[in-house]
Structures are given as structure tokens and as C-alpha cells.
Design a protein around this ligand. Structure first.
Ligand code: SF4
Length: 282
């Protein structure tokens, strides 16, 4: 079979993307707005353009790693940990890649968080499965948000893409996995006991490392619980704007434009068709 050229590969990727999108929409009942679809489509194209070398070398795709039958320390609740990774076996070296849809700058600033997770995966792969492992790395699939304006402008996109470094190597130590699993068990125990509290209001004003945003914008604006969260209410109503304006902003803040479109599109999609509009009149 003849090898596909770059344009043909991208056309195939787009076709796979559309198929998957339809499936996800059918299965979830959730519909992405045209804007979100476009960003997701570009995410797959740019992943291919920048990471083609790695993608073509992957020998074990979407390997499911499971750590079942874990038990919380006091209440003895059973839980399991699962993850999916890609493996490249090459020249007697084995590299494990964990794909994340987070911004590369955020991952670089918060490496320890990601390292702890990779330690658990490394422990399952190496110690439980007895497989060799030489390196671990995160692949960040989200392109920088500032690229949204240059996606159609090849002259500006190409150099930005060449300078993009979405692979972040992290050292690993399977022996440290026990601490992460213990910490995870503590969290499971608290959730099961209904003990969870929002971050303190003061934290919502703090800058999130690796972003240009504060916690209240970067995290809370995407949180479905924000309108019933005391910390978010305090954060949102605590600005120096006039009281009436603050209330309006708070209750009208339905998220980013793309999220609002998603919400409206999904609601319209799910709305019943009016066979007889008179039925709904008094
Ligand atoms: S809005 Fe959500 S993420 Fe933000 S503090 Fe409250 S519960 Fe946590």
C-alpha cells in the first residue's frame, strides 16, 4: 500500500475525528459547540504535526494500568486506581508516555503533581507487571490558547509549532508510589464520608503557577458547583465594583463563551419538538 502524504493523513485524521465526535455525542447526549469542535479538531491536527515522530514509534497503544483491591486506612472502603499510557520500546529502551489535555506551561510549573501519578503507573508497569522501564514523560496535547487566532495563518503557525515543546520528561521512582497511593486512599476515605470543603476564599485570588490566571478564574469558572460554593461567592462578590454590578456579574457569569454556546446548543438539541404548539398555550 502506498504511503499517505501529509495532507492525506490530515484528511484521514479529520474523518476519524468526525466519526468519533458523532459517537461521543450519541453516547453522551452532549453536543460540542462549533467553536469547541474546531479547537478539538485542531488539537488532533497539531498533535500529529508536532508529535508525529513519537506517535509513529508507539509500540503499545493505550495500555490500561490497574491497581485494584486497594483499601482505605480506617473505614476499609475498597477502591482501585486506573490509568492509560502509551509505550515506546526502541533500541532496548522503554519509555512510558502519559497524555494530558493540560497546558504545557502548567505541567512544567507543577511537575511534582504529575510525577506522583507517573510513579504509580511506573510501579504497576515495573513492579507488578515485571516490565522494563527507562523513562517517563508527559505529552501535553493542548496547544497554547493564544494560538487560536493564528490557526489559519500558516506563516505564523509553523514557527510557533516548531518552538512548541509539548513533551515533558519527568524522573520516576516506583518506590515512592506507596506515598501517593496512601494519600489517594485518605482522599477516597474523606469523599466516602462526605467530608469535602471548597478551597478557602483567599486561595481563589492566588495566581495559579504556569498560567496567567488566578484560581478563581482558572479552576472555579469551570466548576459546576460554583453557584453553591461559599468561597466562590465570597471571591466573586468581593471585588471593589458597586454592589449591584457585583451581583449582576456573579449571576450572569455562565462561563467562557464556548461553554455558554455548548450549554445552549445541548439544551436546544435535547428540547422536545413541539408537534402541536397549541398544546402549550393556556
Ligand atoms: S467553585 Fe468549585 S473549584 Fe472553586 S472553590 Fe468552590 S468547589 Fe472548589
Amino acid at each position: 500500500m502506498s504511503k499517505l502524504n501529509a495532507a492525506e493523513v490530515e484528511a484521514r485524521l479529520d474523518a476519524f475525528f468526525e466519526e468519533n465526535l458523532k459517537l461521543v455525542q450519541l453516547e453522551s447526549g452532549y453536543r460540542l459547540s462549533p467553536e469547541s469542535q474546531n479547537v478539538a479538531r485542531w488539537q488532533t491536527r497539531l498533535y500529529w504535526r508536532r508529535l508525529r515522530e513519537i506517535a509513529e514509534r508507539v509500540t503499545d497503544t493505550e495500555v490500561k494500568l490497574s491497581l485494584p483491591e486497594q483499601v482505605t486506612p480506617r473505614t476499609k472502603v475498597k477502591f482501585g486506581i486506573e490509568g492509560i499510557v502509551d509505550i515506546v520500546r526502541e533500541n532496548d529502551r522503554v519509555v512510558m508516555y502519559d497524555l494530558k489535555t493540560h497546558e504545557a506551561s502548567y505541567i512544567r510549573e507543577n511537575k511534582e503533581l504529575y510525577r506522583q501519578q507517573l510513579n504509580v503507573y511506573a510501579y504497576i508497569w515495573k513492579n507488578l507487571r515485571g516490565e522494563p522501564l527507562d523513562e517517563t514523560a508527559i505529552i501535553c496535547t493542548t496547544f497554547p490558547p493564544e494560538w487560536r487566532g493564528i490557526l489559519q495563518d500558516e506563516a505564523r503557525l509553523a514557527p510557533a509549532l516548531a518552538a512548541w515543546e509539548p513533551v515533558i520528561e519527568l524522573d520516576f521512582d516506583p518506590d515512592e508510589a506507596a506515598d501517593t497511593i496512601r494519600h489517594f486512599a485518605e482522599i477516597v476515605e474523606q469523599i466516602e464520608a462526605g467530608k469535602f470543603a471548597p478551597a478557602p476564599a483567599s486561595q481563589l485570588k492566588e495566581h495559579v503557577p504556569g498560567t496567567k490566571s488566578v484560581f478563581g478564574r482558572y479552576v472555579c469558572r469551570n466548576c459546576d458547583a460554583r453557584f453553591s460554593c461559599s468561597s466562590y461567592r465570597e471571591y466573586a462578590l468581593g471585588s471593589s465594583a458597586p454592589t449591584e454590578r457585583k451581583f449582576l456579574d456573579y449571576y450572569n457569569d455562565l462561563g467562557a463563551e464556548a461553554d455558554r454556546e455548548d450549554f445552549i446548543d445541548a439544551a436546544l438539541e435535547l428540547a422536545p419538538t413541539l408537534a402541536d404548539p397549541d398544546e402549550f398555550r393556556d
